[in-house]
Design a protein around this ligand. Structure first.
Ligand code: 8YV
Length: 317
């Protein structure tokens, strides 16, 4: 009999799904009407769980899976998994470390340029036939230059560093904050986030969200100021979304580029309606190249764990 695998999130790469189906009996929880009842019926036999970074897996679910030998996260954020509990249980939790770095950094810079240059508002202007109605050059307000902007990076991990490389190529002076200064990073460390915001034209959030809920609040946004931009490619809850919508609506910051939100897929109306917000539906890692590499890592992690090995990408064992 094939080992049984619980899948909480779809994988969008057909060849990986084919391999999963060939090797395992896959229980697609995301297609099930009543997940609790389904787990009561099948939970006892499940040996591996596959989930997304944002979805994670609840502790209550983990407790319903007594034979579980691995949680393979198809993503790099593990904030939606109780790592302490998994550690206690000796359960490997794996992530797709390194696979999505370049794409997430690409999107961060893309969002920042889009926000500075009003690319989405400009696109709507042309698409909606407004250009023909209002052909005067003054019909669209002047935008802001990205090259040379002072960029503040929040979280100097893999993604933060990749954003720094890209921003440096645009001639941007770079400062960063993290839990501590890093010996192998040449950029200026600023311990205090409000101070970093004060010294930046754009803040780019690349931090893990485990212990950092709501760190970007009204004080940080006001320090960034009416000329400042905020980009978030990490997790929505790093930001106090009420403070953000208030600041954006009142013009206390210049613009935002957001890929992530507090309560996805729900996005506050004030953000959806703002011409100064460039929004994406949590797409930073969503390219064929990255999603294929990520899904291959998930496949490898499950195979390693079920073969009795410590998965190479384990964060807990
Ligand atoms: C993915 C993510 O969208 O890596 C993460 O933590 O949130 C994203 O890259 C998600 O994990 C896809 O399943």
């Amino acid at each position: 009999m094939k080992p049984q695998v619980l899948q909480l999130n779809p994988i969008l790469v057909p060849q990986i799904n084919d391999q999963l189906a060939e090797r395992y009996t896959v229980h697609k929880l995301f297609e099930v009407q009543d997940p609790s009842a389904y787990l009561r019926a099948h939970g006892a036999a499940i040996e591996a769980a596959i989930t997304g970074g944002h979805t994670g897996i609840t502790r209550a679910m983990l407790e319903q899976l007594p034979q579980l030998r691995v949680v393979a996260v198809n993503g790099v954020g593990t904030d939606a998994v109780d790592l302490a509990y998994c550690r206690e249980r000796g359960l490997p939790v794996t992530a797709t470390l390194g696979a999505l770095t370049e794409d997430v950094a690409d999107l961060a810079i893309g969002l920042l340029i889009a926000a500075c240059r009003n690319l989405c508002a400009g696109d709507r202007f042309v698409r909606d036939g407004q250009w023909e109605k209002f052909p005067q050059p003054g019909a669209i307000p002047l935008a802001r230059r990205f090259s040379g902007m002072r960029v503040g990076i929040v979280g100097m991990g893999r993604v933060g560093r990749a954003v720094a490389v890209r921003a440096a190529a645009f001639g941007c002076p770079i400062r960063y904050t993290d839990l501590r200064a890093m010996d192998d990073v040449a950029h200026t460390f600023v311990a205090d986030l409000v101070e970093l915001a004060r010294q930046s034209d754009a803040l780019v959030l690349c931090a893990a969200a485990d212990k950092a809920e709501g760190i970007v609040d009204a004080a940080v946004l006001d320090a960034l100021g009416p000329q400042g931009f905020l980009v978030n490619v990490a997790r929505g809850r790093l930001v106090n979304e009420d403070h953000l919508t208030e600041a954006l609506t009142a013009g206390r910051i210049a613009g935002v580029g957001l890929d992530v939100f507090v309560d996805e897929p729900r996005v506050p109306a004030a953000l959806r309606q703002s011409e100064r917000a460039t929004l994406q539906a949590h797409r930073a890692s969503a390219t064929w190249e990255t999603r294929t590499a990520m899904a291959q890592m998930v496949l490898d992690s499950v195979a390693q764990a079920l073969a009795g090995e410590r998965p190479a990408m384990s964060l807990t064992t």
